[in-house]
Write a new protein. Sequence first.
Lengths: 192, 99
Amino acid sequence: MNVSQEDARESLTMIKATSDHTRKVVASSYASGLLILWGLIWVVGFMSVHFYPRRVGYIFNTLNAIGIVGTILICRKWPHRVATKTPASQNIFWRIFGLWFLLFAFASLWLLLLTPSKGIQVCAFFCTVAMFGYVVIGLWFGSYFMVWLGLMVTGLTFLGYYVFPGYFYLWMSPMGGGALLATGIYIRVRWR
Amino acid sequence: MVELNNVIHQPARLRIMSSLVTLDPGEQIDFTYLRNLLKLTDGNLGAHLTKLEDAGYINIEKTFVARKPRTFISATGKGRDAFETHVAALEQILKGSQK
């Protein structure tokens, strides 16, 4: 079989492009759904807290419960859309679940030590903890958009906290939630 | 010197194998999902999958999910090895060590 150097180069380029595209499409099948879900939760949550600041606990406990149920449903649906369940994918599901559970368990303990006095301190703290989770998962799976998204929203959280403390919740609704939502929609539209 | 693989080298089959080996070993992809991903027609994809299956490079599993028939495809160990060898051969050609 005779293949020229040019043909070989084209074939290798095609292999790389297909491989990258597959990786993106598989990642988008669950990542887009999760980002849209949590983006909406942040948009609605922060907007509601801005207008009803005394109900911050009630609002976020309710929305987080919805988010956790939604996350489980999306993650359980994903293997049926892309791949059948394999021991490996089941392990990954539980490892990711374990990561988030332990991350927020540790964050709750840190909160006991730090004893923040203001609501926006607690919110900014949990936003950055969640974004730390995005960065870790991004590095874990080699999804660099997750790393950048995590770093960008962390930066926006700090900006809102220090520059617009009076409008922090209003700032975080489009900047934090909006960023997650926009990324989820972008992945769903562009990575198909 | 590493040999090029005639079955894999055809462009559509090369793309199919590239997608399948990107998944983790044991992971399977849905037929419709693969068709949309590679932008192939049902008939075209089906014909190429048959050739790859005959060569023992892929595994096709027909099953029911929520009472609907579904077809899942995965690369076999033999297919992964053959693909790896084919890529190595292409890289050798590119380096000019094979004509």
